[in-house]
Design a protein around this ligand. Sequence first.
Ligand code: NDP
Length: 498
Amino acid sequence: MTTGNASPYKNHIGGQWVASASGRTYPVTNPARKNDVLGEFQTSTPDDALSAVDAAQNALPGWSQTPAPARAAFLFRALEILRERADDIARTITMEEGKPIADALGEVKRAMNIIEYSAGEGRRMFGYTTPSELPNTMAYTMRRPMGVVAIITPWNFPIAIPAWKIAPALICGNTLVFKPASATPLSAVKLMQVFHDAGLPPGVLNLITGPGGSVGNALVESPGVKAISFTGSTEIGTGIYTEGARRLKKVQCEMGGKNAVILLADADMEKAMGGIVQGAFGSTGQRCTATSRLIVEDSAYDHFMDELIERTSKLKIGDGLDPSVDISPLASQAQFDTVMEYIGVGAEEGATLAYGGHAVTGGEYDQGYYVEPTIFTDVQPHMRIAQEEIFGPVLTVFKASGLEEAIEIANDVKFGLSSSVYTKDLTRAFQYIDTVESGMVHVNAPTLGGEVHLPFGGLKESGVGQREQGTEAFDFFSEVITVYIDHAAEAGERAKFI
Ligand code: NDP
């Protein structure tokens, strides 16, 4: 294995690990042990970003003209390397982002799935043929790469989200500049190393670390970048979409969520409780698809809430590297501060703190950003904790008289990413499917996750631009060209039909 890189970790531009022209680096620490520095990373500048764009442009003719099945061979090699390194990379995710090791392994598996799925597309990459309205004319469509694509990603899935952008973008023949979140550059370096070791030609995938406001923005503004795939907060995504649109770039933004579970009185208790606890508190609530609202049919409210609090009280809190831990630390001081602030807001707004609500302290907990799983009841739809994305282990609970009121509450937010209903009643399940405002809809399953061969994304302020994953990903990362061929033997025949 080529290691190629060690702290201070470098950018990867044009096939080489290179330092930023700034000469500056920044440290990244383990959220379970604040004093453990995982490494130093480049504080890159807009000029570094532009040199990565240049490298990607130089690599574009060669990569875009490589047949798609041959491009797929690189992805299959990357898949095998990632499989070999899965345990090491999962540990890196846990040490850098904080999530429990089982979730980190699941994340690496998800990345492997999307690489495998995208590599398979190398032998499809379909266009279509259709009869022309003219005689002696053939009409068909084909795909071409977009050009240089900027990939801008958040910290909460530091391997899977980059992979589900990079793999489909590569198979479609684009060359890339990847700007990971500043909080999780080590995972990004390890993913870059996988593609480097798979033999990807120099400049096809470039990695650059550093602040989004300067490095990310330079990519958004660069005329050399033709498309932008962004995942992150609604606030930053809105700015990127606006700036991209002004420059007529193709942009997709996957953004925040405030995902609701509707729990109807006839629901299966085991299924519902398992899904709600996992959805709300798994990965410490730091998933875009995490369950942050629970809307309970009031006739079964007490029965369900007693059980939910009982199960929540059994969750084990600790370092994510311990396989018996359910709730690990929040990812950073900033995350910790935000979550604690929202817990304060909930209390001030008059919601009832039914469980948790405190930082976990003492002994090893003082070393990390630990917060108890927290449940607010008596939440009203207008409250900030009911409307804003908290992005931590905080569940807000509402009562509803029945399905109609529950759907009204579920839809009464600016977000629309994922949602779920628990019921045994098929009629009510379909009523929910047809009216709930979210891009991903679950029945008797948690709000989480998704399979890579199905589209992933949200409505309203949760998503704009084409969906990720599924065949939609290949649509985003390619231009569709329409071809008309007049194969008549003689001129003039065509004109009389126009
Ligand atoms: P941010 O929006 O803060 O950052 C996302 C990325 O954008 C980072 O790489 C960041 O860099 C970069 N960035 C910041 N400012 C700019 C700018 N002006 N121009 C270009 N790039 C910029 O999100 P977080 O990293 O905090 O991630 C959490 C958010 O992501 C949550 O809202 C969550 O819901 C959402 N998310 C959505 C998903 C979905 O599929 N819908 C999936 C996962 C998360 P830097 O780190 O240097 O600031």
